[in-house]
Design a protein around this ligand. Sequence first.
Ligand SMILES: Nc1ncnc2c1ncn2[C@@H]1O[C@H](COP(=O)(O)OP(=O)(O)OP(=O)(O)O)[C@@H](O)[C@H]1O
Length: 285
Amino acid sequence: MSALDQSIQGLRETFRRDQVWPFLAPEQAAKVDVSNQMILYVEGLNLSFDGFKALNDLNLYVKDGELRCLIGANGAGKTTLMDVITGKTQCDSGTVYFGQTHNLLTKDEADIAQLGIGRKFQKPTVFEEQTVFDNLELSLKTDKRVIQTLFARLSPSEIDRIDEVLKIIGLKDQRFMKAGALSHGQKQWLEIGMLLVSDPRLLLIDEPVAGMTAQETERTAELLTSLAGERTVIVVEHDMEFVRSIARTVTVLHQGSVLAEGTMDQIQNNKDVIEVYLGEEAAEA
Ligand SMILES: Nc1ncnc2c1ncn2[C@@H]1O[C@H](COP(=O)(O)OP(=O)(O)OP(=O)(O)O)[C@@H](O)[C@H]1O
């Protein structure tokens, strides 16, 4: 290398943005220690609201790459559990670990999201006036791990990422459509896509098929099934037919504790579950 080349190389090194301003360096995705195959450890979780035990010595272990369904009657504690995992609500006692090393109870909501835990609430909250692509772009830019300003142009790899997500959620043909013009099901998929652009390790999804047509429900089952493996997905759902179509393992919550866990067949034949949950559902139906 000539002296000139060396100085140019030196200058390039010196003025690399991440060298000059360390805060501009892209943060590495957090390492999640799943060497025991588990990604989520919830142990002895308790939470009372004015003396009412919403979570009662709850234990839950979820394997890395699993697609787990969480069911339970109204008030069983499903949402409260999600709230504690994502840092929205503090518990009274217990532990929640993401992998073997990240103690989630010491972190706030933003830190937990940044660790790679994405949550989708039941109601879609897409930006209706923006296009599908812009919704995904905005999510990418508000992901703190991607150092961008809202006005910076997307890098080729970011455009590729959005294209990849559009393909996963099946909205490639709708990329320039305003989100407000999408069907209810498509809005739900877009919102899942808005989580996916940040490449989360664990997705918590609340009642994804409520209000969907049969065809949309089927497509959602395919989507969630395809997401598991590379990432872990926990789905809270009341639609038992849908749960049967996607779940390998189902966890039944009752009065803030795990009542039963197993395959859908085991759950549907479990005496306790039939008595306290499926019985109620059947009676309601
Ligand atoms: N902030 C709160 N203050 C008081 N009680 C609460 C609060 N949040 C939840 N609860 C109570 O805790 C219990 C568990 O509620 P949670 O929303 O977790 O149930 P769920 O299983 O998600 O039910 P659903 O299927 O209806 O959404 C309920 O009895 C609820 O009324």
